[in-house]
Write a protein that binds this ligand. Structure first.
Ligand SMILES: Nc1ncnc2c1ncn2[C@@H]1O[C@H](COP(=O)(O)OP(=O)(O)O)[C@@H](O)[C@H]1O
Ligand SMILES: [Mg+2]
Length: 143
């Protein structure tokens, strides 16, 4: 995949970011996850590859690369439920979305357990989404 020339600026300016990852959408299907810490990137990518085998995460590529100070990998774009950085100021709305999706989160945990995959502790609604009809974990960095 060809990365846009200004990809480093896009990573830096990304509003879709959490504590350790910045996300940049490249097109309808593909995006980049960028981390300042190499171990965080490696753990997140390794876990995502594993979860994706069971339809519990969006597929991602195996290759790894660096953009400036960022350690990156390429992932399929999921339809997110609520981005924490956007909903930080709208607590009520965030709680509502959380309640609505709690059954899917519980079911996800059961399926991961049944597959013998690591439990997810950071299981707030902002870390889940939909990908091709599957309820998926988008933030696979915590174990
Ligand atoms: N596969 C994805 N598809 C769509 N958006 C994503 C994807 N992965 C991450 N994002 C966006 O980037 C944000 C930060 O990613 P996340 O993996 O949750 O990082 P952190 O560990 O920093 O919380 C998410 O809240 C979401 O908005
Ligand atoms: Mg997150």
């Amino acid at each position: 995949m060809n990365l846009p020339e200004n990809i480093k600026d896009q990573i830096e300016d990304s509003i879709q970011s959490g504590v350790c990852c910045k996300f940049v959408r490249i097109d309808d299907n593909w995006g980049i996850k960028a981390f300042l810490n190499e171990d965080d990137r490696d753990r997140s990518q390794n876990n995502q590859l594993e979860y994706a085998e069971y339809g519990l995460a969006p597929p991602c590529e195996c290759n790894r690369f660096e953009v400036g100070p960022y350690y990156c990998f390429v992932t399929r774009v999921a339809e997110i439920l609520a981005c924490p950085s956007v909903y930080r100021k709208e607590r009520d709305e965030w709680d509502k979305i959380g309640k609505k999706n709690q059954k899917y989160i519980d079911n996800w945990q059961t399926m991961a357990n049944d597959a013998g995959l690591p439990e997810v502790f950071d299981d707030h609604v902002g870390n889940f989404g939909w990908y091709e009809g599957d309820f998926v974990l988008i933030d696979c960095g915590n174990d």
